[in-house]
Design a protein around this ligand. Sequence first.
Ligand code: NAD
Length: 253
Amino acid sequence: MTDFSGITAVVTGGAQGIGRAIADRLAADSADVIVGDLRDPGDLGDRQRWVELDVTSEVSTVAFAAEVDDSLGVVVNNAGIMFEASITDQTVEQWDMAMAVNLRGPWLMTKALLPQLQAGGGGSVVNVGSIEGIGSNPQHTAYAASKGGVHGLTAAMAVDLGPMGIRCNAVAPGWIDTALNREYIDRLPNRDQAVAELAVLHPVGHIGDPADVASTVAFLASTDARFVSGQVVVVDGARTTMLSLPPSLAPKT
Ligand SMILES: NC(=O)c1ccc[n+]([C@@H]2O[C@H](COP(=O)([O-])OP(=O)(O)OC[C@H]3O[C@@H](n4cnc5c(N)ncnc54)[C@H](O)[C@@H]3O)[C@@H](O)[C@H]2O)c1
């Protein structure tokens, strides 16, 4: 277990999915967690509270920051959205929205919270990127571009904020078993086949769990990672490490 006693952690998009698991993990490790989300997540349990936030809005991020004191030591920029559309069908509004939430959001939040991070003597920022910041699924132009941007932003922030005692890293999750992803799979007529095919894509034999991302975020946010900054840590069960082979050349098992 990592230990965040006496430290406040902000988790954006923490109402559900991966952000929820990150908030739970940091709270379990004794952080006081502020969940910033568009919507009220309801009962969050001990050590967690919700403050309304729209990461795309400078007004909202500044108002949110006013709720955060100088015990701030961890900022997790997790809020994100995805649109699936061909480049022909995708609208400018969808493109701009993906960039606003996924890329402007982490930049605005970090900018708004810098005074508290500095006042507290530094800290750690962890951005949630994606393996789609490295490659791309079909029809994901805006999503992949925004996540590639998150990885670049992470490097740039590590360089600029390092002298202030602030480390910046990113996690790049692969396929994670969130409620939304599970609903998507469960709606497929060939659901069991899809689950089996997904497992084959991963050398570890299975897809990831939100807790797998959360534990990596906790490590990067902790003092155990005090010399780690500017990195993108891929959390994908080696999916993107395994090179593809045509079926005729694949070794017989
Ligand atoms: N689920 C995956 O398999 C996967 C894989 C790679 C990367 N990711 C990334 O992980 C992050 C979380 O993904 P998820 O699957 O848990 O998503 P999700 O859709 O389940 O949850 C996203 C949360 O962000 C909030 N949010 C959306 N727009 C916001 C805004 N403007 N301001 C504040 N909050 C906002 C939503 O209300 C929601 O609670 C995203 O950045 C996503 O791109 C997810």
